[in-house]
Design a protein around this ligand. Structure first.
Ligand code: NAD
Length: 335
């Protein structure tokens, strides 16, 4: 049985245990309203009815390549997500999908696995591309019928910044444009392989498939040419479809770009969203929401993801299922 509407902590699983998955586990270890009970990576999974020790999970993953080797709780599997769903059933309330969306329909296909398994609960992703969110939007009825409350686009961008844009829009009678500019600094690209590959997929001359097919050596050779820096403009980012679906502005008014430094944890620029519109008195103005430079990508993705997971759990307990985006629902603060 899923956790009922009480003070019980929410039992959480994390799918994908790379850069974001590990950060998510670390973040959860300081929370009392959520406990980490399940983790899956490409080659295995771990599950404990009580809770998993974050440090043991990370050490096992980093030293042995998969969480499947975790003492007492790990199982090796080439079909880890499906196996984990079967083994855990409804003892997990919700999952954060910290998975690569490579190919571009991978996360929607995982959502289908949950539906086919007859699983009920809450799912949250930090998916990035417009076309990927559109696939999930087309699954709205299926998710609702399945009893799954699914929150999509709940990382930083899309996610925190899209939600900030939705909030800022309230000052205006008409939204002229939403401009998102992100700066990401990471010490080395290997810590976030999927994120970096997906970003390369936005560069001129590249695609999701081309980036997915690149070997690690090819990624490194590309990064050598740019001194480790990726500059991205006019990205296909789901902030646009999310703000459109939320009824805030048409997607052509939303632009996303950014700079990713893969060799320096210092942000190359301050991540911000600017929302320009006209007030009911006819004044044109711009609201700007800027993230603190000290906040990492991991903090700005995993914090919102769990805030939306908590919001989704509350909706589910009120009998509301189906698909929602970060622009439609307020995240709840997880203690
Ligand atoms: P990563 O490459 O560091 O790790 C990926 C993990 O997924 C690995 O543990 C791998 O074993 C696991 N995995 C791969 N295929 C699997 C499968 N079939 N079954 C189970 N596990 C599987 O990834 P990352 O850099 O942490 O990125 C994760 C996702 O987060 C990416 O899709 C990225 O785009 C997204 N992201 C979103 C935002 C945002 O603001 N919305 C920001 C950064 C990253």
């Amino acid at each position: 049985m899923n956790t009922p509407l009480t003070n019980q902590p929410i039992r959480v699983g994390v799918l994908g245990f790379g850069g974001l998955g590990q950060a998510a586990a670390k973040l959860l270890s300081s929370k009392r309203e959520m406990i980490l009970v399940a983790v899956a990576d490409q080659n295995g999974y771990a599950y404990s009815t009580e809770s998993l020790n974050t440090q043991a999970c990370i050490t096992t993953y980093q030293n042995q390549g998969t969480i499947g080797h975790l003492e007492a709780f790990g199982t090796l599997s080439n079909n880890s997500i499906q196996d984990l769903i079967q083994v855990t059933g409804d003892t997990v309330d919700g999952y954060f999908l910290a998975l690569p969306n490579l190919p571009n329909d991978f996360i929607p296909s995982v959502a289908k696995e949950f539906i086919q398994a007859g699983w009920k609960g809450v799912l949250v992703d930090a998916i990035k591309r417009t076309s990927a969110v559109e696939q999930l939007l087309s699954m709205q009825d299926e998710l609702q019928a399945a009893g799954i409350t699914y929150m999509t686009g709940c990382g930083a961008t899309p996610g925190l910044l899209t939600a900030a844009a939705a909030l800022a829009a309230q000052s205006y009678a008409e939204i002229h444009n939403v401009v998102i500019t992100f700066g990401v600094g990471i010490a080395n690209w290997e810590a976030y392989r999927a994120t970096v590959r997906e970003d390369i997929g936005h560069m001129p001359g590249y695609s999701v498939e081309a980036a997915r097919a690149m070997t690690d050596a090819e990624v490194e050779a590309l990064l050598d040419q740019t001194n480790g820096v990726l500059t991205l403009e006019n990205m296909e980012h789901a902030d646009d479809v999310m703000l459109e679906v939320a009824g805030i502005c048409s997607r052509d008014r939303v632009t996303v770009g950014g700079v990713v430094d893969t060799r320096n944890p210092k942000k190359p620029l301050s991540t911000n969203v600017k929302i320009t519109g006209r007030t009911f008195e006819g004044k044109i103005s711009t609201h700007t929401f800027t993230l603190g430079d000290e906040t990492s990508m991991a903090a700005n993705v995993c914090g919102p993801a769990f805030g939306y997971l908590k919001a989704a759990q509350e909706l589910r307990q009120r009998g509301i299922s189906g698909l929602f985006t970060a622009a439609e629902i307020m995240p709840k603060f997880v203690k």
